[in-house]
Write a protein that binds this ligand. Structure first.
Ligand SMILES: [Zn+2]
Length: 324
């Protein structure tokens, strides 16, 4: 980012961060596609998943001091729109989202509002702390699914979010089966908590899931792709839960709706991880999740375009850019 001016504190409630690390997410790839697959303000610094050290605080900031280490909720709600007023800030109409509408974490420094910051222990390595945003989404999805110890969960898609589900749900006492076409990602799923990783092109996935559940089907199925509702319904047991987490722009799916009714299946959407950031931070601080395997690449900012190509070619899982 040579030649870019050092960010300045413009509002008294802001803090300036020295960014330690920033993850590359699917939204970044969509923005960098031509034509762009996601809206973005022209000239904005990308990067939605970052951790940093507070180096300067605005006059009104009472909760943070220089030296504090924080992760940031990239989607900052306005707090005044009709959805925010109803307590549904995940559906704010005027998000000022870092890395999309305001500058994000792919730069040595970034200014953020103090209310979007959550302290995180210095004991968590920066490249792992940068995973807190997708981890918060996964915590939110896992809570909606109400997964119980001893249950079986089928996770469709073993990209970064699917892999985080494998790890979190394994820790929660579930038996996790991943379904993923990429050999790299299947192997990562097995390393990160899945007891089986099935290839939808080669394996009879419904038969394997029935075999593994005494003929009942999975208690919970999770779509971490964004287009797999029909697959989820084909694997879930009667009375089970389907949680849709991924978003594939424009995806439409035909399903047998009567199955949802007759078999009393709950289908839920889970989007942002607002309100569970502190839990995601705590999970990382506990150190019981082994998330190292999913970080296939730790790179410098200068290697960003190379890393993006690796991601596009399916040769990387999670890429973390280290800025210090
Ligand atoms: Zn709002």
């Amino acid at each position: 980012m040579a030649g870019m001016p050092r960010p300045r504190l413009r509002r008294p409630g802001d803090v300036l961060l020295d960014v330690e690390a920033c993850g590359i997410c699917g939204t970044d790839l969509d923005i960098l596609s031509r034509p762009a697959g996601h809206p973005c303000r022209l000239g904005v610094v990308l990067g939605r998943e970052f951790v940093g050290i507070v180096c300067e605080v605005g006059a009104d900031v009472k909760t943070l001091r220089p030296g504090d280490r924080v992760v940031v909720e990239a989607d900052v709600p306005c707090a005044t729109c009709r959805w925010c007023q109803r307590g549904l800030s995940s559906h704010c109409e005027h998000f000022s989202t870092h890395g999309i509408f305001v500058d994000g974490g792919l730069a040595p420094q970034v200014a953020v509002t103090a209310r979007a910051c959550h302290r995180i222990s210095h004991s968590v390595p920066a490249h792992l702390a940068a995973l807190v945003e997708p981890l918060a989404r996964v915590v939110n999805g896992a809570r909606l699914a109400a997964v119980q110890p001893g249950e079986t969960v089928a996770v469709i898609g073993a990209g970064p979010v699917g892999l985080l589900f494998c790890s979190v749900l394994d820790l929660a006492g579930a038996t996790v089966v991943a379904v993923e076409p990429s050999p790299l990602r299947r192997s990562l799923a097995l390393t990160m908590g899945a007891v089986a990783a099935l290839d939808p092109a080669a394996d009879d996935v419904p038969a394997r899931v029935l075999d593994g559940t005494a003929g009942f089907g999975a208690d919970v199925t999770i779509d971490a792709v964004g287009s797999q509702l029909a697959t989820c319904l084909g694997l879930v047991r009667k009375g089970g839960r389907v949680v849709l987490v991924g978003v594939a722009a424009g995806a439409t799916t035909q399903v047998e709706q009567g199955r949802i009714v007759r078999d009393e299946i709950q289908v839920m959407g889970a989007y942002l991880g607002r309100h569970v950031f502190p839990s995601a931070v705590r999970l990382l601080e506990q150190g019981r999740l082994d998330l190292e395997p999913m970080i296939t690449h730790r790179v410098r900012l200068e290697q960003l375009s190379w890393a993006v190509e690796r991601l596009r070619a399916g040769k990387a899982a999670k890429v973390i850019v280290e800025l210090q």
